[in-house]
Design a protein around this ligand. Sequence first.
Ligand code: HEM
Length: 435
Amino acid sequence: MTSETGSTATADTAGPGPAPIRFNPFSAEFRRDPYPLYRQLRQAQPVHRTLGMWVLTRHADVQGVLRDRTFSAGLIPQLISRQANRLAHDNVARIVRLGKKSLVFTDNPDHARLRALVNRVFTAQEIVKLRPRISAVAEQLVAQAWDDGGMDAVADFAALLPVTIMCDWMALPDGLRERVGQWTHDIRFLLEPGLMKAGDFTHVCDVVEEFADALDDVVAQRRSRPGDDLITQLLAAATGGGDTLSDEELVFVCIMCFVAGNETTKSLIGNGLRALLAHPDQGALLHRRPELAKSTVDEALRYDSPLQLTKRLATRDVEIDGKQIRAGEQILLCLGAANRDPAVFSRPDEFDITRDTKGHLAFGYGMHGCLGGLLAQLQAEVAFERLYRRPQRLKLRTEELDWQDHSFIVRGLKHLPVSLEPLPSGSLRPMEGEW
Ligand code: HEM
């Protein structure tokens, strides 16, 4: 096991340095490697005030806020409504409703009601049924992407797997499937509306309108001709009291599945592969023991979390680590920092696919904990198995890695060019299912 910082002094005991800490999540340095800054913050200013918000980096503090239902997730709908009010644009009404009614942005009691309904469908039994399809799509993508001994594991594989699987699960018609990837990319700003300029916002409003109209049609079709798909299952989901999702709520759940599930799953696969390539001992271990694919996924989630940041709004005055936070103030929760907290994970900067990752916060925690975590884990597990259960080893084809810069909350690579090279003879047991 190796630490990428080249240092094993990872415990938060080195003492704060004298220089003031500047938290700038937009800087190139932070994009490349946010972990040294997180470490500094955790040690010296675990409740840090900057950019008009509080920044939390300790596991206990981040988890404490996620657990406490008095913190609101309703900041984003507020920002969306504010942007909408400033614009004279025809298509603002639906995006405002989407903000107010989406699972991820609602507080109780609305959230509890919606979550109880969708939980009936996002069960482990349903997700497991998708494994054969995930394997087949992974196989097909690799076969298509592999060209002259190499492929871009992010653009040609990780980026396509989640959107294909979600379209399959919803059984979307072909004409719609072709457009969903672009729509999902265009409306990614929904999760970070503060980044939108006026032009971006009008475009996002138009795309939400188009996306929702298209899904309205699919929902109407499934009402009259039910199938064996996610939308049909969501239509049928009912509580004991007979409550069901309205058609619009259902359409919003579907849109959020794409928005919340695509970039994150893509980044999980990309970040995990990168970590395996950067730690050849761990890559070799996975080669020898492909049954470790599942725990590799968990360690990838902890070690280089796809969703690094999320926000909450204080609804009451509260003290955290001696700092007074006032009602109405914003709190940025650094999930990626919490997942490297030495108070919870020993040797936190080491990538170790055999470690116990229990307690990681990569899928959040508490009432808003990720709806699609099991699906994302399964896709990454299949992807790692597919790429490591073979008699050659993957090799990175570049020294320079480019991190995406279109989102400030998601950490993921733009590209990951890889090739294959033979393993030293005798270092592997025979493999099956080669491509
Ligand atoms: C590696 C992939 C993924 C990661 C890292 C991830 C991460 C997260 C996190 C951290 C949260 C909590 C956010 C908060 O509390 O503010 C969350 C919530 C959510 N995720 Fe995921 N997610 C992933 C995949 C997916 C997938 C595949 C789907 C869709 C099927 C999905 C749908 C959702 C939804 C709807 C919520 C809101 C749940 C609620 O508020 O009750 N996610 N996710």
